[in-house]
Structure formats: structure tokens, C-alpha cells
Design a protein around this ligand. Structure first.
Ligand SMILES: NC(=O)c1ccc[n+]([C@@H]2O[C@H](COP(=O)([O-])OP(=O)(O)OC[C@H]3O[C@@H](n4cnc5c(N)ncnc54)[C@H](O)[C@@H]3O)[C@@H](O)[C@H]2O)c1
Length: 360
């Protein structure tokens, strides 16, 4: 496979929180394939059909640890034992709707969990780079037409979004207080950044209330697909797009620790910003069959209707840009869901990563 990072990850000790989840499993597979020594820290996977389980990545990486990021002491012990050099923090309760039912747990995992990971980084001298994953929803959403810039204020309406806005404030505070670039190599040796991606889609996601898993569940059981927010506009992107951005950023932070320790948006190009209805239509076209139904009335809780990211900063300063357009992205997503039951899922994921890096 083409190594976009030119052997950088080979033999690096990389700790990934949330490795049993959708994005974390893909990141672990990619890092493992690049030769990194991956240590994963998460709760158990949600189901037997998760990408983590089907790909068997847990048994391939250096350590597959089940631990709760709400336990600070445990986090410090894991970091002390494995001495990671790079940390990607993805573990979180990531669902808007669930956050209305479990606001306290959402805040505990997302806000205190992030603080615990930063404290574990602070206590472990081996860590040079920390990439903290938040979301596009961390911005104060004004339902505006232009995309959010990294300098826009944080906010969030629902408990999930606001917990991620709170994470961003905490990350900013820890960077100013403990990992300040001005004190680099004097008081600390950590480069800390936060990254915000849009609505990430890809094979192996079975989360509730996300459009692709909802569609696949309906398709696999021969049901009509109910679309509850057909007109909602989202910045859709394939899971490999932001993961490539996070890995690229971590490499750059390693080489230039004081120049890239900031917030970064990793969203799609404007032409990939489309409605839930359009994405579901493209999916059934690629899947081969399926029927959509507009069920907007069933939408009971508040969810943002318009959410876009401005990606000029990553393009100009990091040199990152999305590799897939909307059609290529959905084709790859549909491909995974059409094949996962019949094929070896680890090889399927590697094939998709290969396809992805082949685009430019
Ligand atoms: N999927 C998206 O569209 C999207 C978009 C923007 C940001 N994000 C962010 O990316 C990250 C990963 O999202 P995902 O879609 O892969 O979610 P996911 O639900 O598939 O995975 C979440 C992971 O976090 C772990 N986790 C949750 N609570 C934990 C706790 N208390 N202790 C230890 N581990 C815990 C889970 O075990 C799992 O491994 C999250 O931070 C999420 O907010 C996701």
C-alpha cells in the first residue's frame, strides 16, 4: 500500500482511545498496516457486526485494552505502562439523540474523559503529540450559510454538541496552561491539537440514528427507509478523509511541535455538502435497491439543520484536501456494506484504504 506518511508511523508507539468504535477501528487498522505499535483503550464494542470485531483488529495490535476514560487513575496507569509517543483521542459518547437521554454520562465521558486523557498525557513524558478529536458540532451553530472557521466561538445546543464545545475549551485551557508552545522544551515536550470533522460515513458503522446505518438496517430487512430530516444539510465525508488528516497533522506536529498545536477543521469540499435525502438516494443507487420515505414529522428533538465547515486553513497550512467526491465516497461506503458478510473484513478495509490513497 502507498504510505502517505513515508514510514513515519513504522514502530511508533501510538495510543488510540475509542479503538473499538467506528472511526477508531479504521484508524487502528490503518496505523497497524503502516507498522505502528498500536495500543487501543476503549469500552467493549457495541455489537458482533462492528468493524472492530469483524476485522479482528483487536488481536492484531500490540494491546487491546478495555478501560473507562472516566477513570483517571486507570488512564495514568495505562499510559505509564505503554509509554505512547502519539495519542489519538477518539473515545466519546458521540450521538446527539442519546445525549438527550443520557446528558450526564455524555458529559462525563466527553468532557471529563478528555481531561483525563490530557492529564495522562501530562503525567507521561514519552508523549510528544496529542490529537484530540471533537466535532464540527463544537461551534456555536447559527444555521449560517458560510462554513465555520477555526476561530469561530464554541457552543452547542444539545448535550452532545455542547459537551464537545466544552472539550474544546478544556483543550485550549490545557494547551495554554500546561502545553504552551512558548514553554516547549522548557516546561514540557507536548504538542496538543484538536480536530473537527463533519458527518463521517463509512463501512462498519452501526450507530443508532445515523443515516447510513439506518439505511443499511432497513435494506437488510427489506424495509422502506424512513428519512426523519430529509432536508438537513451535512458536510458528508468518508471516514478515511479525516483519519488521513489526523495522521498527517500528527506527523507535522511531531516535526514542528509549536507550529501546528491548534484547532483544525477537516471537512469536505462544498460540492459534497448535501442533504440527508440525497445521500440516502445515492446509497440505494450504489447498493442496488431500496426505497426512501419522507418521515420528517417524526423528528421530535432539536437537531441542527445546517452545519458546514470552512477548510481553507487545512488546505493552505497543512496541504490536506479531501480526496473523494460525494459519489466516490458513497460508492466506497456501499461497497463495504455489500461485501462484509461474505468476505474477510480486515482485507476489505485494507482494500478500501488502498483505493482511498490511490485517489489524489
Ligand atoms: N462519526 C461521526 O460522524 C463523527 C463526526 C464528528 C466527530 N466524531 C467524533 O469521533 C469520535 C469517534 O466517533 P465514532 O463515530 O467512531 O463513535 P463510536 O461510538 O463508534 O465509538 C466511540 C468509541 O469510544 C469508546 N468510548 C465511549 N465512551 C467511553 C468511555 N467512557 N471510556 C472508554 N471508551 C469509551 C467506545 O468504546 C468506542 O470505542 C468521537 O469523539 C466523536 O465525537 C464522530
Amino acid at each position: 500500500m502507498i504510505d502517505l506518511y513515508k514510514e513515519f508511523y513504522r514502530k511508533k508507539r501510538v495510543l488510540v482511545t475509542g479503538h473499538t468504535g467506528f472511526k477508531g477501528s479504521w484508524l487502528s487498522i490503518w496505523l497497524h498496516e503502516l507498522g505502528a505499535e498500536v495500543v487501543g483503550v476503549s469500552l467493549d464494542p457495541y455489537s458482533e457486526r462492528d468493524n472492530f470485531v469483524l476485522s479482528n483488529i483487536g488481536s492484531r495490535i500490540k494491546a487491546d485494552i478495555r478501560a473507562d476514560i472516566r477513570n483517571l487513575q486507570k488512564m495514568k496507569e495505562i499510559f505509564a505502562e505503554y509509554q505512547p509517543e502519539i495519542v489519538f483521542h477518539l473515545a466519546a459518547q458521540p450521538l446527539v439523540r442519546l445525549s438527550y437521554e443520557q446528558p450526564v454520562e455524555t458529559y462525563e465521558s466527553n468532557v471529563m474523559g478528555t481531561i483525563h486523557v490530557m492529564e495522562a498525557i501530562r503525567a507521561t513524558k514519552s508523549v510528544k503529540v496529542g490529537v484530540m478529536i471533537t466535532t464540527d458540532k463544537c461551534y456555536d451553530n447559527k444555521e449560517q450559510l458560510q462554513g465555520y472557521k477555526e476561530t469561530d466561538p464554541f457552543g452547542g445546543y444539545d448535550p452532545y454538541s455542547s459537551s464537545k464545545g466544552a472539550c474544546e475549551i478544556a483543550i485550549q485551557s490545557w494547551r495554554r496552561s500546561f502545553f504552551n508552545p512558548e514553554d516547549y522544551n522548557k516546561k514540557h515536550s507536548v504538542s496538543l491539537a484538536s480536530v473537527r470533522a463533519g458527518n463521517v460515513i463509512g463501512g462498519g458503522d452501526w450507530a443508532l440514528d445515523r443515516i447510513i446505518p439506518d439505511c443499511i438496517r432497513a435494506l437488510e430487512t427489506g424495509k422502506v427507509i424512513d428519512i426523519r430530516s430529509p432536508k438537513a444539510v451535512r458536510p458528508w465525508e468518508h471516514v478515511l478523509e479525516p483519519l488521513h488528516g489526523y495522521m498527517m497533522l500528527a506527523q507535522r506536529m511531531w516535526d514542528y511541535p509549536t507550529e501546528y498545536c491548534e484547532g483544525w477543521n477537516f471537512g469536505p469540499e462544498d460540492e459534497s455538502i448535501s442533504t440527508v435525502w440525497d445521500v440516502a438516494s445515492e446509497l440505494i443507487k450504489n447498493y442496488g435497491f431500496g426505497e426512501l420515505r419522507d418521515s420528517s414529522d417524526a423528528n421530535v428533538v432539536h437537531e441542527a439543520n445546517l452545519l458546514m465547515l470552512d477548510i481553507n486553513k487545512v488546505k493552505t497550512r497543512l496541504g490536506w484536501k479531501p480526496r473523494l467526491n460525494m459519489q466516490q465516497c458513497i460508492a466506497l461506503v456501499a461497497d463495504w456494506y455489500k461485501r462484509y458478510r461474505k468476505e474477510d473484513v480486515y482485507s476489505l478495509c485494507i482494500e478500501e484504504i488502498r483505493t482511498f490513497v490511490g485517489f489524489s
